[in-house]
Design a binder for this molecule. Structure first.
Ligand code: TRP
Length: 362
């Protein structure tokens, strides 16, 4: 019997996702193949080329669908580009090569990337990754590219200093200091509150952003609400309500709640905020996750029918037969595009069994 390759598996999810979202799959498919490079033909019966943290089962890619008011939902792909002989440094080089190969065709703006990339370069990278890429496909537009640096790449303790250096070079130090002062629980920086991602848009539009992510371990909805309050226009109660609706109301004592801050020049403080609930740790199975996500999608005025079709495009099993297909759900507030995003795992290598299996009495 012939087994699927990783590219075939992922393309088999990407194509129906594009169909559901009325996107032409040609460019997304080309870029997906480019992300995987020569590893795309690797059989799924072999272990992943690299145990990426992009997804729980080490799939190199995670899909997400972003609902927003102003335009049809967009499709996003988060990926770790595996190097020829994968490793953190080889993957970073491969990511830069992928970007360079697409820079002209898609008009990538790399001035900000060039300004900070050496800040996050170290000879002995710590943690699970150094650089990830993501692609955003919007209706009727060229794809947008983003990169995610690991602020803890030189060790957890050095993350605040690396981020300060990078943001200083981009003229964003004031926003950063305001955010730190207001959004980190006292004494918890590098402990329960960790700087987890530093993201840059590779375009020059008015909506080009720098985003800083903070992971709040052992937090509750009220902690997220407090952390969000530094952003003008954000209603803290809305953040708390979302965390409770998506997370089930308890404390987030498994995977952390994550917040991200959108930084733009001249503002002095962040202008946008998103909260990411790692819903897969707080449900028994994906049926429960899907129902919770459908409730928040509906509550924010988006189409649950479209959500169900996106989930169906990616899933290869009954929703009750596993947990983690729906990995995160996020709420975006403020600039540039408020809305809800649903993160869908490829599950190319593994399905996490559901947490509670009902066994009938004998
Ligand atoms: N898989 C990792 C995690 O869950 C990284 C990741 C992928 C992530 N998509 C994400 C983190 C969305 C926050 C939000 O931490």
């Amino acid at each position: 019997m012939r087994h699927f390759s990783i590219l075939e598996h992922l393309a088999g999810q990407l194509n129906p996702l594009c169909r559901v979202l009325s996107l032409d799959p040609a460019v997304p498919h080309d870029l997906l193949a480019g992300l995987l490079g020569p590893h795309g033909t690797r059989s799924l019966t072999d272990p992943p080329a690299w145990p990426s943290d992009v997804a729980d089962d080490h799939s190199p890619v995670e899909f997400s669908v972003a609902f927003t008011d102003a335009e049809p939902p967009s499709l996003r792909i988060l990926a770790e580009v595996p190097g020829a002989t994968p490793g953190i440094e080889a993957n970073t080089e491969a990511a830069y090569a992928f970007l360079a190969a697409n820079a002209t065709r898609f008009g990538l703006a790399t001035a900000r990337l060039d300004a900070v990339r050496d800040v996050f370069k170290t000879s002995h990278p710590a943690g699970g990754f150094a650089l990830w890429c993501s692609l955003v496909f919007r209706h009727g537009r060229e794809p947008e590219f983003k990169v995610y640096f690991n602020p803890e790449v030189a060790g957890v303790g050095r993350a605040p200093e690396l981020v300060e250096e990078a943001l200083g070079r981009l003229g964003l130090r004031d926003s950063y200091r305001t955010m730190l002062a207001r959004s980190i629980r006292p004494g918890d920086l590098g402990r329960r509150d960790r700087l987890s991602f530093f993201a840059l848009d590779l375009h020059d539009g008015p909506q080009a952003r720098v985003k800083l992510y903070v992971s709040h371990h052992e937090a509750d909805a009220a902690d997220a609400a407090r952390a969000a309050a530094v952003v003008p226009g954000v209603v803290p109660g809305e953040v708390a309500a979302f965390c409770r609706a998506a997370g089930g109301g308890g404390r987030f004592d498994r995977r952390p709640l994550v917040g991200s801050y959108t930084l733009v020049g001249g503002a002095g403080r962040p202008v946008g905020y998103s909260v990411y609930v790692p819903i897969r740790d707080y449900v028994d199975d994906d049926l429960e996750a899907r129902d919770r996500v459908a409730a928040v999608v509906a509550q924010h005025g988006f189409s649950t029918a479209l959500l169900h079709r996106c989930v169906a495009a990616v899933s290869r099993r009954p929703l009750g037969a596993g947990v983690g297909l729906i990995a995160h759900v996020s709420l975006r507030l403020g600039l540039p595009r408020p809305g809800v995003t649903v993160y869908l795992s490829a599950e190319a290598y593994e399905v996490t069994p559901p947490r509670s299996v009902w066994v009938p009495a004998a």
